[in-house]
Design a protein around this ligand. Structure first.
Ligand SMILES: [Zn+2]
Length: 53
């Protein structure tokens, strides 16, 4: 399982998972929470808001 920590400017992120569409991962738009990491329900990648240090 890959894990990405994306640098994000927006409050939404589109997770496409793996580049292989055969894995059945649709484009999932994830609303980022300011406090807690958002986890893609398809591939489990975690995304965090990153513009408040
Ligand atoms: Zn995903």
């Amino acid at each position: 399982m890959k894990c990405h920590l994306s640098k994000l400017k927006e409050e939404f992120v589109a997770c496409e998972g793996d580049t292989n569409p055969a894995l059945g991962h649709p484009i999932e738009f994830i609303c980022l929470d300011l406090k807690d990491p958002a986890i893609c329900k398809y591939c489990g990648l975690r995304y965090v808001q990153n513009h408040h240090h």
